[in-house]
Write a protein of this length. Structure first.
Length: 283
């Protein structure tokens, strides 16, 4: 997208330039309402006689940073006790891989992580998470049997974390949106299971979204947020194929911070989201 910006934002800017810029932002999945918020100040400046491309580009970048920084919040523990993170997201978004990368990142920072394999509805989900746990070298609590409820897995994981001296529990939850009432009930049970052991938990509810699906990711985040209030999102697959513009809509429309981004398949490719770096790379 930066290449298109370089072509458009040079020399003098007029209404036609802004129309083309609007088209580029929409093609980058920024969304209509957020694009309007970004460009209205630029239109006003041009209407008042400001046509210098560098000046206007600076204002656009500033507007972009303001949207992202207004909700920005790094992913840091908010408790001196066991830090409990729920991870949600539709199947295919990269939820399990993200949990693995996050576990690895936190382990490297000196935290002792316990995984809770509470996605008991998806075939092989528990085994997949188990492979990652073994590879990273973290502990994992599995369902006791095929009939074990997700909330029971979570409770067992927290009790095991207490006994084992773990300071972090990451819960993998089922990624289903087809039945909102069922999902709400299930997540409520998970919340209660957490609070039975950790009264102020869970401390984070993070949604993993696929960065390649544009405004559909915003719709998914909105739907999940209605079921279980989110504290932030992790955007995956921002490694070239994604245009990434939906990040602005998530911040502007849903008021949710982007906590981490996935920029590749390696363990170290899960990175802290930095608004200024993202804006500079985009515009």
């Amino acid at each position: 997208m930066q290449q298109q910006f370089n072509l458009l934002m040079k020399g003098e800017v007029d209404d036609d330039t802004i129309d083309e810029l609007e088209e580029q932002l929409l093609m980058a999945d920024v969304g209509i309402s957020t694009t309007t918020v970004l460009l209205d100040p630029i239109r006003d400046m041009v209407a008042k006689g400001e046509t210098d491309a560098e000046v206007l580009r600076g204002v656009l970048r500033s507007n972009m940073r303001t949207i992202l920084e207004s909700v920005h919040e790094p992913l840091e523990p908010k408790t001196d006790g066991i830090w409990v993170l729920l991870v949600v997201g539709v199947n295919g978004a990269g939820k399990t891989t993200t949990i693995a990368k996050l576990s690895n990142r936190l382990t490297q920072k000196g935290r002792k992580v316990m995984l809770a394999a509470a996605d008991t509805f998806r075939a092989a989900a528990v085994e997949q998470l188990g492979v990652w746990a073994d590879r990273i070298g973290v502990d994992m609590t599995r369902p006791r049997n095929e009939k074990t409820k997700p909330s029971s897995v979570v409770y067992d994981a927290i009790e095991a974390a207490k006994a084992g001296g773990h300071d972090t529990v990451i819960v993998d939850t089922a990624g289903r949106l087809q039945n909102k009432e069922g999902m709400m009930e299930e997540l409520n049970k998970i919340y209660k299971a957490v609070q039975k052991s950790i009264p102020d938990g869970p401390h984070e509810t993070l949604m993993v979204i696929d960065g390649t699906i544009g405004q559909n990711s915003v719709i998914q985040a909105k739907q999940f947020n209605e079921v279980a209030p989110l504290t932030g999102v992790v955007v995956t697959k921002l490694d070239g194929s994604s245009k990434g513009g939906a990040i602005f809509s998530i911040a502007q429309d849903l008021k949710l911070p982007v906590r981490m981004i996935g920029v590749g398949e390696k363990m170290e490719d899960l990175q802290e989201f930095q608004p200024e770096v993202f804006v500079e790379a985009l515009a």
